[in-house]
Design a protein around this ligand. Sequence first.
Ligand SMILES: Cc1ncc(COP(=O)(O)O)c(C=O)c1O
Length: 363
Amino acid sequence: MRLPEIGSDFWIDPGEDLTPSGGISLEQYRLGGSDTVLLSTGRSAIALVLEERDRPAAGRSRKALVPPYTCESVLQPFLERGYELQAYPVSEELQTTPAELEEAIGKARPDVVLVHGYFGFDSLKGCGTVIRSHAGEGITFVEDVTQTLFSGHVRLPADHYVGSLRKWAGMPDGGFAVRRTGFFSYRPEVCDETLSRMKLAACYAKYEYLYHGRGDKQAFLDMYAAAEEHLDAADRCYRISPASEAILARLDAKRLSDRRRENYRVLFEELKDVPGLHSVTGEPDPDTVPLYFPMYVEDRRALQLKLREERIYAPVIWPRPEHLPAICREADDLYEHILCIPIDQRYDAQDMERVIGVIKKGS
Ligand SMILES: Cc1ncc(COP(=O)(O)O)c(C=O)c1O
């Protein structure tokens, strides 16, 4: 069945089997470490890592180097713990070179460095050597692999990996923290049952609306918003919900990867010559599993509205976070111009052709 709309929140088929799966392993994401904690969100994974670092000595210096183009919820755990933030540079193509990272570390003299790749691409090529060269200096390196979870590039030799799982498929919650060596001294035992219940109800309501024309669109949008508000208000770490574990254990990673690659390729090929926009991340290598198709768009607002009129919901995934430190001109520009086209496993090439038709209409 061809769906009337493209994008926005994932739904869940009420027929999907959510019986407990016997646990999940992060090995398939090449995140083998000596200890893993599964959590409800990516931000709580960052909080857990910072908590472990800060706890032994309350007065420890708190300076962190972070990506200049990122999500508010990545910065929030640092700000809540009183970290002073500085950002490393990024290019218009979302790349950071080893020399740039090295220089930023030299200038900031950070206690914690959090880096992340973008949209599934290898945005930090060669930066592993920089991390290795600072071994033994007491800097905690964290790689946030949220956006590169399914890609096959070599992971950086960070001390910790963190991520949000819930960006890739319909699930009530999901995040994780991995230690490459040693063990976490704390792991939450309870999940946020209220969050899980609220999210599942919203995901089922959207499914009913899309597949059976039942219910009211505003009602399920309100349900998603209420669940996110509940999540934003959390003041502690929770374990991942059993429903998310079950969904992840049964997730078809090959189908997810193939669909995303194909959808990205169709958009990349057919939008090449459209005036006023271009692909930010370029042609993917075979190891890339893209999260979205990010475009640099001169008049982003106009294109987003044009797509919305045709029920295609293209998100601005990261509005500029309120508390960013000084950042490079390139990152500033990215906040103003990036628009993301959903390319996930819910859609196929025919859906992408519909998106292309709308973008090209009148351009
Ligand atoms: C790179 C990255 N890390 C972490 C997060 C936070 O994840 P969560 O919303 O699960 O807390 C996000 C959110 O968008 C993100 O983009």
